[in-house]
Design a protein around this ligand. Structure first.
Ligand SMILES: Nc1ncnc2c1ncn2[C@@H]1O[C@H](COP(=O)(O)OP(=O)(O)OP(=O)(O)O)[C@@H](O)[C@H]1O
Length: 231
């Protein structure tokens, strides 16, 4: 598996009332295949996830993916790290499904015809083969999230960071997307409020007030989080 290393990585942002710490300097090394990140709204989970591919830059320390510094080699890291957002609309920009996957492939496959064929294959693999020429707007919420993930996975990233990918989905689509994510061979960093999903991870970080409150096996981490909410 790849190694995601947070080396005293922290984020501080200026606000009208003074600097605000969004993530305290954090040191962790993530080598497990499935790493979950849980915690309350506003605790810093998305910030931690976004540091991994440079969507957010560390203001102290650094983040390394397989030894490559995200701040110094962002493009190289983003080739290895795919990012899936909560709202697939953030990712789906082309009129049709197949064009959207083709867009993801544009840097990797120069030949347009080959790119089209590959995109059709990707759609097929993720159960969207019948929707290739459909407008993205005709898809259900679950299908949109599958399409967004298909676009991320089309370029075969070594790491998939998914920020609450099931939050907008109903139960059946949550299962579909979760099964897809947990069926991947790649490393998965999953931010989620779904504690059942968190329990399926190999390791879970509990974030509280911009810090890692707990870091350990999934069941122990989820139990720690539940206990912290109850107290
Ligand atoms: N650029 C910024 N400027 C000001 N505040 C920010 C900035 N980025 C994040 N924050 C604040 O930092 C806190 C942590 O944000 P973050 O999105 O990481 O939380 P989260 O744990 O993912 O929350 P949620 O579960 O609600 O998605 C939030 O209160 C957020 O409003």
């Amino acid at each position: 598996m790849p190694t995601i290393r947070f080396d005293a990585a922290g984020v501080r942002v200026p606000t009208p009332g003074g600097d605000r710490v969004v993530l305290e300097p954090t040191t962790v090394e993530l080598t497990e295949q499935r790493v979950g990140v849980i915690g309350a709204n506003g605790s810093g989970k998305s910030t931690l996830a976004r540091l991994v591919n440079g969507l957010v830059e560390a203001t102290t320390g650094r983040v390394l993916v397989d030894g490559v510094d995200v701040a110094r080699h962002g493009a190289a890291v983003r080739r290895r790290v795919g990012f899936a957002f909560t709202d697939p609309a953030a990712q789906l920009v082309m009129p049709t499904c197949v064009e959207d996957v083709e867009l993801s492939l544009r840097r990797h496959v120069k030949d347009a015809r080959r790119r089209h064929e590959l995109a059709l294959g990707v759609l097929e693999r993720y159960g969207l083969g019948d929707h290739a020429t459909a407008s993205v707007h005709t898809l259900s919420g679950g299908q949109k999230q599958l399409l967004a993930l298909a676009g991320v996975l089309a370029v075969e990233p070594a790491v998939v960071v998914a920020d609450e990918p099931t939050t907008l989905l109903d139960l059946a689509n949550t299962r579909r997307v979760a099964d897809l994510l947990f069926g991947l061979d790649q490393q998965l960093l999953l931010v989620t409020h779904d504690l059942e999903l968190a329990r399926r991870c190999d390791r879970v970080l509990v974030i509280e007030d911009a810090r890692v409150r707990y870091d350990g096996p999934a069941d122990a981490a989820v139990d720690d989080y539940l206990a912290s909410v109850a107290s």
